[in-house]
Write a protein that binds this ligand. Structure first.
Ligand SMILES: [Cu+2]
Length: 156
């Protein structure tokens, strides 16, 4: 039994990896939104739709240096009833023919040191890097600050 299991696992792994490489991803980023929290921290949400038949992965994010200090990929997880925010440097896998939503209480991007000037700019430009698709630029509209109310991942 042990021997059969030992053989089966590599075979399954190889199949899973092979599936990722087939087909071409077609990435569409939709509904970008920014949620400010007290201080110079903000969460960014959007939806990544993959209309292709190959998987992709969001591997890096970048923000204009003059508008923020840095940006990170995060995920809010609940452990023992307590929500905690974890950094996800490995990014997010985008399955073929699938959708990944960055939303409150889950995956999100976190912007630190957000400048006030972002309001007059009318939006925050981000560069997303996908493993296979490459770079995708998005503009995140800056909404009404009142909408924030510290509801992001920091206090939930
Ligand atoms: Cu966060």
């Amino acid at each position: 039994m042990r021997t059969r299991l030992g053989l089966a696992v590599p075979f399954l792994l190889a199949s899973a990896l092979g599936a990722c490489d087939e087909g071409t991803p077609a990435i569409v980023v939709e509904k970008p939104a920014l949620r400010r929290t007290p201080g110079e921290v903000a969460a960014v949400y959007f939806t990544v739709a993959n209309r292709g038949d190959g998987a992709d992965r969001l591997v890096a994010v970048a923000v204009a240096e003059d508008l923020a200090d840095r940006i990170e990929m995060h995920e809010t997880v609940v452990e023992d009833g307590v929500a905690r925010m974890l950094e996800r440097p490995e990014g997010y896998r985008i399955p073929p023919r699938g959708t990944v939503a960055l939303q409150e209480g889950g995956r999100h991007l976190m912007v630190f040191g957000l400048r006030e000037e972002v309001a007059s700019e009318g939006g925050l430009d981000l560069e997303l890097t996908f493993e296979r698709t490459g770079k995708v630029s998005i503009r995140v509209p800056v909404g009404d600050e009142a909408e924030g109310e510290g509801s992001c991942c920091l206090e939930k």
